[in-house]
Design a protein around this ligand. Sequence first.
Ligand SMILES: *Cc1c(COP(=O)(O)O)cnc(C)c1O
Length: 386
Amino acid sequence: MYLQDLRDDLVELDRQSLRRARRTLETPCGPHARVDGAPCLAFCSNDYLGLAGDPRLAEALAEGAARWGAGSGASHLVSGHYAAHDQLEAELAAWCGCDRSLSFSTGYMANLAAVSALAGRGDAIFADRLNHASLVDGALLSGATFKRYPHRDTAALEAALAASSARHKLIVSDTVFSMDGDVAPLPALLDLAERHDALLLLDDAHGLGVLGPEGAGALAHFGLRSERIVLVGTLGKAAGLAGAFVAGSQTVIEWLLQKARSYIFTTAAPPALAHALLCAVRLVRDADPARAQLAQLVARLREGLADVPWTLADSMTPIQPLITGSNDSALALASGLRERGIWVPAIRPPTVPRGSARLRISLSAAHTRADVDQLLAALGELAAAS
Ligand SMILES: *Cc1c(COP(=O)(O)O)cnc(C)c1O
């Protein structure tokens, strides 16, 4: 019985502490939220620069709606491509140091499009084992041979590239890993791409706005530029709004414009959003003080967590995972914090590998030092009780 099977599987999720539930926010995105009727201090979002609730962005959105109306009316290749989209694409390309960019409605769609349009039957995709789900889905959709290498293991990647006789080779990696906060060895990946005539697709969802001069992301952080790099950036995280883009050489972007199915067969994002995103890009580029504040908060948190009984991951980014191991221990720690008015999400499989459940603490420039100290005090109490 179909429906009974679904009910049984839901019960099984409960049994493994894997059933997820949403909580409902009653205030705009920010560290001090009201959630399910109670106030709380949140360390959950990817709003690293505190822009999601910034009144300047809300104003730009209203201004965009007044200028462009509500909807785009069609897909980009039919009649949904507006001057605001065009201007945004030019700004994004210039910011990231690429020839050209193509805007998408979400990062999930951008990754699906880029991976599946750049590789197909007869080609091979080489992917870090901890890559984001959207990159995995793109690879499965592409029909290419899909090889996953151990996390950040460039020797294993090199061996796999050397052993492959695929026509085209595409290396795919997150720049900053979303559940670990560590950074991929980009110079070594680019070197391998050059030596094996591969393209290198990098997902900078958590690097853009956070790393590099003007927050230009992981490429700027490492000072890398190459025709072989295809960069995916998202605009719903540090940029505080929604949307994404793929940036790269003229050739790659023109190819995606012709072939990327999740670009072609979907309604273009509202031009009002593109208008507001132009403002978001300016705010992110000018946010050096916020990035400095963020670096101080990261240092403070890591110093304060030196002695806890859980494993603090080796991360220099605002993503600071505290690995507890079992699903139950991660949930217990999250619920201990919740009783103390603090919200940190427990991340469990399949988002992370089995046995590595964790609290994913994420910091924002909108947090104060006092906020971080409050989290540290609560974790200290829970550590003493554990
Ligand atoms: C969030 C995320 C995405 C998806 O981006 P959306 O714009 O939220 O769809 C892609 N890759 C990584 C690494 C992410 O963390």
